[in-house]
Write a protein that binds this ligand. Structure first.
Ligand code: AMP
Length: 190
């Protein structure tokens, strides 16, 4: 199995790159943000619970997020591997993921960090909003989400750095060039 974490701030292009990666490496893409948005759209119990949290650009509690993630992994027993996009966002989530994967005789093979400046992120989110109309991408929520990334999520990187698993890829430029950089990083850990 090939299990990867795609790491980077909101709007860094994780969704775009994931779509290309799942095709090339035949992986299952799990985006916790997409899953939460789906629950909100379908007005499930979980959706009702997290709606305001997403609207505020805050992080959903770890236990809720971890349970949802594990359930999603279990739905794909035949998978060649997974791309975790937007997860883990806290050290507690990273630890829980390791425990869960180890139980199943699996592990995270590599963590790709998309390196993007704050300015580039803001431009990309504005573009994406135009295309998809995503409700949680309002300008006033953008700073909150970026703040959550730099105050909380960034602390997940040392967790994986200690394990020697992080590859940093320049996330600015042409989509295909960035993709090639990610593939080179993945091929080195495959
Ligand atoms: P994203 O599309 O990955 O930027 O996620 C959108 C929103 O979903 C985030 O701003 C959080 O409110 C929530 N979310 C997604 N993934 C997580 C996670 N791993 N932990 C906590 N909250 C999350």
């Amino acid at each position: 199995m090939l299990n990867l974490v795609l790491f980077g701030p909101p709007g860094a292009g994780k969704g775009t790159q994931s779509a290309k990666l799942i095709e090339k490496y035949n992986l299952v893409h799990i985006s916790t943000g997409d899953l939460f948005r789906m629950h909100i759209k379908e007005d499930t119990e979980l959706g009702k619970r997290v709606k305001q949290i997403l609207a505020d650009g805050l992080l959903v509690p770890d236990s809720v997020t971890i349970d949802m993630l594990e359930e999603e992994v279990k739905k794909n027993p035949q998978a060649n591997g997974f791309i975790f996009d937007g997860f883990p966002r806290t050290v507690a989530q990273a630890e829980a993921l390791d425990v869960f994967l180890t139980k199943n005789g699996e592990k995270i093979n590599g963590v790709v960090q998309l390196d993007v400046t704050e300015e580039e992120i803001k431009n990309r989110i504005a573009e994406r909003k135009k295309i998809s109309g995503r409700a949680d991408d309002d300008e006033d929520k953008l700073l909150k989400r970026i703040d959550e990334y730099f105050s909380k999520t960034i602390h997940v990187l040392p967790y994986y750095e200690k394990q020697g698993k992080v590859a940093s890829v320049n996330g600015i430029g042409e989509i295909d060039n960035i993709f090639n950089g990610i593939c080179a990083a993945i091929d080195a850990v495959k």
